[in-house]
Design a protein around this ligand. Structure first.
Ligand code: C5P
Length: 439
């Protein structure tokens, strides 16, 4: 059955790009209904939207005819997904604060369907704390976001705020609807009280066939970079903040890529594992050192970020060991946020690696969070796993993952971390082989 997308256009110059989005989405058999705000119609006419979507355009909350025909609640309900593109700063503020003063905002207040926003605005408006606070509120409520990116703006400025391209928005739509389907399947399976591992993974025949005969696809000539292990953020010369990551998965991935002939650099935090064979290993301690080592190693064709990078570091590391106070008052630590290595590499505008793979360890709603994370970070593929204590994944040898490649979610059965690494490296090798066939 055709999936139904409700496209809400708000008042930005990028609205013109939505014609292309509609056309491409219809090519993929989506049904598109457009809703415009008054400001959107200053940039694009309902006539062109109707012509391209083949559907009436809705814009008036108090239009008696439209309310009699369909009504804003029904518009909100019949959609499988709502896309807001372009999403202006003003409209995001309205969404964040629950306004219902136009048909578009009333629909968003009435819907329980997934909502994807594609912000577009001037860089100063994007960076303004008001906009960032509104985005944080929306993110907390589970709204998905694609973009914006860096680029030239209509006002002859360059900066962050350019709306994602139509095909990128469509890719995010595909991702979200696939996740929705997967979630439905998972909850259906749960309701039958069957273990999740009984779900057949949607295996890719050619790769599985190759694995059966023990062949590995070559990555000769490609250069890979893998991050692994935890990072250690010093408090003083003898104490640090860190986490329990063992580095097993990242090290196994580096080994599997090198086995296929990729020139592989492993940038690793402190782990108690041997260096993988045929891999150049660079040992680092902190997130900042890890980022610097990765940046020094670029450009690369493949980057896999499997490290469990500490989210925060101590803002001012003490040069001498902190002493206990006579008064018994413990010291307070001020933390600052670490750089996000995966996001930094994924969002590079020059010499970006052809394939950037991230990891997402989640303890609930694994797929929903993973989809959002892939979009937020901007990586190409994302490997998501459930690390809730019951799964025994953390520190264990086995793992159960979902690979999100932008088009599909592949759920693999529980297997050894080394087998996951091998299969992931095989997927990567197959991807590059397919790309080289197209060139
Ligand atoms: O945001 P979160 O930590 O859940 O994201 C996980 C993914 O991001 C992993 O691929 C991890 O290696 C990467 N990451 C990173 N730098 C950070 C935080 C996470 O590269 N500071």
């Amino acid at each position: 059955m055709k999936k139904h997308i409700l496209l809400i256009l708000t008042g930005g110059i990028a609205a013109y790009k939505c014609l292309e989005f509609i056309r491409r989405a219809r090519d993929q058999d989506y049904h598109i209904t457009c809703v415009t705000t008054a400001a959107a119609e200053k940039f694009i006419t309902p006539l062109s939207l109707t012509a391209i979507s083949g559907e009436p355009v809705y814009n008036d909350l108090f239009d008696r005819q439209a309310e009699a025909d369909i009504g804003h609640i029904a518009l909100a309900r019949r959609a499988d997904l709502i896309v807001v593109a372009p999403a202006t700063a003003d409209f995001l503020a309205k969404m964040a604060h629950g306004f219902a003063d136009s048909l578009a905002s009333a629909i968003l207040l009435a819907t329980e369907k997934p909502v994807l926003i594609a912000p577009a605005m001037n860089p100063s408006m994007w960076h303004h704390p008001a906009t960032q606070d509104n985005l944080a509120l929306l993110e907390k409520r589970g709204i998905y976001r694609i973009g914006p990116g860096m680029g030239a703006m209509a006002e002859a400025e360059t900066g962050m705020g350019r709306m994602a391209e139509p095909l990128e928005i469509l890719e995010a739509v595909n991702d979200l609807l696939t996740a929705q389907r997967a979630k439905d399947v998972l909850s259906f399976t749960h309701s039958l009280s069957e273990p999740l591992s009984s779900l057949d993974p949607p295996a890719r025949a050619p790769i599985d066939a190759q694995q059966d005969v023990g062949e590995k696809t070559s990555l000769q000539g490609y250069r890979a970079l893998v991050t692994s292990g935890p990072t250690r953020e010093p408090i003083d010369p003898v104490r640090y903040l860190s986490n329990h990551s063992s580095g097993k998965q990242g090290h196994a991935i580096a080994a599997a890529l090198a086995q296929r002939g990729a020139e592989t650099l492993l940038v690793t935090g402190p782990v108690s594992l041997p260096d993988p064979p045929d891999v150049t290993v660079q040992k680092v301690e902190t997130a900042e050192e890890m980022l610097a080592a990765c940046q020094d190693a670029l450009p690369r064709d493949i980057v896999v970020c499997a490290a469990a990078v500490a989210d925060w570091r101590v803002a001012a590391t003490h040069m001498q060991k902190l002493k206990k106070q006579e008064s018994g008052t413990p010291p307070s630590l001020v933390l600052s946020e670490n750089p996000d290595i995966l996001k930094t590499i994924s969002q590079m505008t020059e010499d970006r690696p052809s394939l950037v793979v991230g990891f997402a360890a989640e303890t609930e709603n694994v797929l929903q969070h993973a989809i959002a994370k892939r979009l937020r970070k901007g990586c190409d593929w994302l490997v998501a796993n459930d690390v809730s204590p019951a799964t025994g994944t953390f520190g264990g040898d086995r793992n159960e993952i979902h690979l999100l490649d932008g088009a599909t979610i592949h759920s693999w059965p529980r297997m050894q971390k080394t087998d996951i690494a091998d299969r992931l490296a095989e997927e990567i090798a197959q991807y590059f082989r397919a790309v080289s066939c197209l060139e």
